[in-house]
Design a protein around this ligand. Structure first.
Ligand SMILES: [Zn+2]
Length: 310
């Protein structure tokens, strides 16, 4: 066999071996550079992109996307990105400036596109700067809406990296199956709380989409964003009145928000304080270090505080 024939055969063999693999081999470079704006979106993009995507998440687990302050290293990641995955709707208040400063040519993929959105309802005394935000951005707290977000991520990855199509489709399908199981589990868990007692009062208004899916009304101390962490006395008196009127046994702090204010309000209203809820991922090894884990933790925390004693 001459040298050039041997080379061609070797190349064919390598090619067929590579295309039979479900994902790239460990030592190959990733096919795409992607940026996700915060921890939960980072989990979603990693689930669909797997090894083919070199992913940078801007706001890490435990961090609050509302009050994030980007570092110079974050701009470097943006400059090299092929895709940026964001919520949109003005949620990432800091992203437009970062994008212009970095000069990135990345495609921005807005994950609220195509979703049924709920209106934002800023409370009296809330941050006036955000009165113009028409829609509530916390869509990821409803697993059914997340299934649509996963399809958007899948399609954006396929468009940017067509060779990975089979991998992205398989990964998305597997994750949607996990989301369907999660959704069924949550529905069964929340059924333990009588309908008239499904009232969720939290530090800030992150849980309207969870409420929309599972039949909870929602209210909060801080309103739709956490940027005004020091509400006026009139707003605090109003939420205490609303808690008393609601007749709830407990209100809930959030893991990424300082709990001292809602603890004080709970004491003043004479109700207990539930376990903190995750609306972003928790630190590694915590109960909320993946989206699936944080949603199960939240369901357990809500049901144990609001369901009648068995
Ligand atoms: Zn929020």
């Amino acid at each position: 066999m001459n040298r050039s024939v041997r080379l061609i055969l070797t190349a064919l063999l390598l090619f067929s071996a590579a295309s039979a693999l479900p994902a790239r081999a460990q030592d190959e470079p990733a096919a795409l550079n992607a940026v996700a704006t915060f921890s939960v979106l980072g989990d979603f993009v990693a689930q669909v992109g797997g090894e083919r995507v070199n992913l940078t998440t801007l706001v890490p687990a435990g961090g609050d996307p509302h009050t994030f302050e980007p570092s110079p290293a974050d701009s470097v990641a943006l400059a090299d990105a092929d895709l940026i995955f964001e919520i949109g709707l003005g949620f990432e208040t800091w992203l437009d400036d970062m994008v212009s400063a970095s000069g990135t040519g990345a495609r921005r993929v807005v994950l609220t596109d195509g979703l049924d959105l709920l209106p934002a309802t800023p409370h009296e005394g809330g941050d006036e700067d955000h009165a113009g935000e028409d829609y509530d951005p916390h869509v990821w707290l409803d697993p059914q809406r997340v299934m649509i977000m996963i399809a958007t991520i899948r399609d954006a990855l396929i468009e940017a990296d067509p060779e990975g199509e089979a991998v992205y489709r398989l990964n998305a399908e597997n994750y949607v199956r996990e989301l369907e199981m999660l959704d069924a589990e949550l529905e069964a868990a929340f059924a333990l709380v009588p309908e008239q007692d499904r009232q969720l009062i939290t530090s800030h208004e992150a849980f309207a989409y969870l409420g929309d899916r599972y039949g909870f009304t929602v209210d909060s101390v801080l309103g739709i964003t956490t940027e005004s962490a020091d509400p006026p006395a009139a707003a605090l008196a109003a939420i205490i009145d609303r808690i008393r009127a609601a007749g709830v046994p407990a209100v809930f702090p959030e893991t990424a928000v300082n709990p001292s204010l809602i603890e004080q309000i709970a004491a003043d209203a004479g109700v207990s304080v539930g376990q903190p809820l995750f609306d972003v991922l928790g630190e590694p090894e915590s109960d909320g270090d993946t989206y699936l884990a944080m949603m199960r933790h939240n369901a357990l925390a809500i049901v144990s505080a609001l369901a009648p004693a068995q």
